[in-house]
Design a binder for this molecule. Structure first.
Ligand code: FES
Length: 196
């Protein structure tokens, strides 16, 4: 079950981060009427949900589908159109792993560090991949080409440790067999990009 961060529960005040309240109000009215708010698709998404604060997660999800991530301007437009504090919108977007605040890299690897995978050596696999790719775990921009993130469970606990490379699930990684592990990582499409 998703945990709602304090920022979501707190209704707060209408912060506009430098925007005057009259500008924000007119932009919100524009969203309500379908007028241009900078990106009419965002106004459409918000209008579809009736600008309801409890639909914020779904709104952000659909806005993210427009760009592949949530650029700062999109968060600002969502905040204005939904009459919510920008800090609250940003707080939700940054709390959940499913939201991206940076442009996606061309290639992505997700290593599972949930309990089942962790006790089977998921942490060691993560360290090995960091070394192979030359990126740090959970750095959202990676090296601009590859990014490595951790996830809490991929629903394949019985095949731990597991990871996903560009959408492909890789299971039963042989942590105790270094050469075999390297071969499996290579076969999964994770290149050796460093010399160490
Ligand atoms: S803990 Fe890794 S798949 Fe469930």
């Amino acid at each position: 079950m998703l945990t709602i961060p304090p920022a979501v529960a707190n209704t707060g005040t209408w912060e506009t981060d430098g925007m005057t309240s009259s500008t924000a109000a007119s932009t919100a009215d524009a969203a309500a009427t379908g007028a241009d708010t900078g990106d009419p698709r965002i106004a459409q998404v918000v209008r579809r949900h009736g600008a309801r604060a409890d639909a914020l997660i779904e709104v952000l999800h659909q806005v993210q589908e427009l760009h592949g991530y949530l650029p700062p301007d999109s968060l600002r437009l969502v905040a204005v159109a939904m009459r919510l504090p920008l800090s609250r919108v940003h707080g939700v977007a940054s709390f959940y792993h499913l939201f991206r605040l940076e442009p996606p890299t061309a290639h992505r690897c997700a290593i599972c560090l949930g309990t089942a995978c962790y006790v089977k050596g998921g942490g060691q696999v993560a360290a090995r991949i960091e070394q192979r790719l030359g990126v740090r775990l959970d750095d959202p921009v990676g090296d601009g080409v590859w990014a490595l993130q951790h996830v809490s469970c991929l629903g394949a606990c019985g095949q731990a440790p597991v990871l996903v490379v560009d959408g492909e699930l890789v299971t039963r990684l042989p942590v105790d067999q270094p050469e075999e592990l390297e071969a499996r990582l290579e076969a999964a499409g994770l290149p050796q990009r460093t010399t160490t």
